[in-house]
Unconditional design. Structure first.
Length: 212
């Protein structure tokens, strides 16, 4: 009689669920250190990117290898996001204090909302591109910006879909949300953006990704 194995069979549904949960736990541990949050986020995207393409992934080597390689770029990206958020928040408060006429008030609010949505849409592509291709920071942002606007409707759809798991934080126990929510969001982002990225990737780049 063959005894059942406690190790999930590679490629099985249970194996992929285990990968999602374990990757989320790894991210949570390093996110708490703050300074390693950007690199851990890059590691999480790298682990889940193959799953979004229907392929298997090696969690520990991929997670820690990506953290080591992409710590600088990921930190610059996250610091840039924080700066954009801070500038928008400060300007919103200034506009509220100025109390401009109704039309001007809504103009400023609409402009800040556009900036925030644009930043979120660009981030949808920045992180997957960061872990998939060897692009410098300037090209990384430029390509992400072009993809976000060239496929605005799909990008908005992916963004809305990625935000849905945040509802789980309200309705599920905190411990459960810790082990699934962030990974689910990242998996959705990888899935949605790959549908666009693969249209522009060269055959050589696609072959390299399929071999990795």
């Amino acid at each position: 009689m063959q005894m059942p194995s406690l190790i999930p069979e590679p490629g099985s549904l249970f194996d992929r669920i285990t990968t999602v949960v374990l990757a989320n736990l790894l991210w949570s541990v390093f996110a708490m250190l703050i300074i390693t949050l950007p690199a851990a986020t890059a590691g999480l995207f790298a682990v889940l990117a193959p799953l979004a393409r229907g392929r298997d992934t090696e969690i520990f080597a991929t997670f820690f290898g990506t953290m080591r390689r992409q710590w600088f770029k990921s930190t610059v990206i996250l610091v840039g996001d924080i700066m954009i958020g801070a500038v928008v928040a400060i300007n919103v408060n200034v506009v509220d204090l100025m109390d401009p006429p109704g039309l001007m008030f809504w103009f400023f609010r609409s402009m800040y909302a556009f900036i925030v949505i644009t930043a979120l849409m660009v981030n949808l592509y920045v992180w997957p591109l960061l872990v998939l291709f060897d692009l410098d920071l300037r090209r990384l942002v430029t390509v992400s910006l072009r993809l976000a606007f060239a496929h605005a409707l799909w990008s908005l759809f992916t963004l809305g879909l990625a935000l849905l798991p945040l509802v789980l934080i309200v309705y599920v126990p905190p411990m459960l949300s810790v082990v699934v929510v962030v990974s689910t969001i990242v998996l959705i982002i990888n899935w949605g953006t790959w549908r666009i990225i693969e249209k522009y990737a060269t055959p050589e780049e696609l072959a390299r990704l399929n071999q990795s």
